[in-house]
Design a protein around this ligand. Structure first.
Ligand code: 5GP
Ligand code: ZN
Length: 115
């Protein structure tokens, strides 16, 4: 499958790893928009939030617990934001479910995310 994030998980494309376990991989975004900008992705290919169903959604809860663990370990005491873009209107550019973890600055808020 021609999927950028599947290739990153497979190690075919290098990435700056932050965390890894059996089902989740976390790495630094190549074009950060905040001092902390990580991507949290399931190791199984899911094309995006609209492809979630009862059969594959457990990993989403796990991704959020991983985010909480990272926030604790990295002392993101000021808070953090988790975003997933789904589909063209939201600006999803990589069709493998991913959650942006943003932190390290005061963030605004708007339909465009306001980061
Ligand atoms: P999206 O726009 O789909 O929500 O987010 C895709 C994210 O992947 C973008 O923030 C972009 O900077 C990041 N990205 C794209 N290609 C690469 C890559 O090769 N390596 C890394 N680490 N991040 C990437
Ligand atoms: Zn993939």
């Amino acid at each position: 499958m021609d999927c950028l994030f599947c290739k990153i998980i497979a190690g075919e494309i290098p990435s700056a790893k932050v965390y890894e376990d059996e089902t989740v991989y976390v790495f630094k975004d190549i074009a950060p928009i905040a001092p902390v900008h990580y991507l949290l992705i399931p190791k199984t290919h899911i094309s995006g939030a609209s492809a979630l169903d009862e059969g594959n959604a457990d990993v989403v809860a796990h991704i959020f617990t991983v985010a909480a663990k990272i926030a604790k370990e990295e002392k993101l005491d000021g808070g953090f934001r988790i975003i997933t873009n789904c589909g063209d209107d939201a600006g999803q550019t990589v069709k493998h479910l991913h959650f942006h973890l943003l932190a390290g600055k005061q963030m605004g808020w708007s339909a465009e995310s306001g980061v």
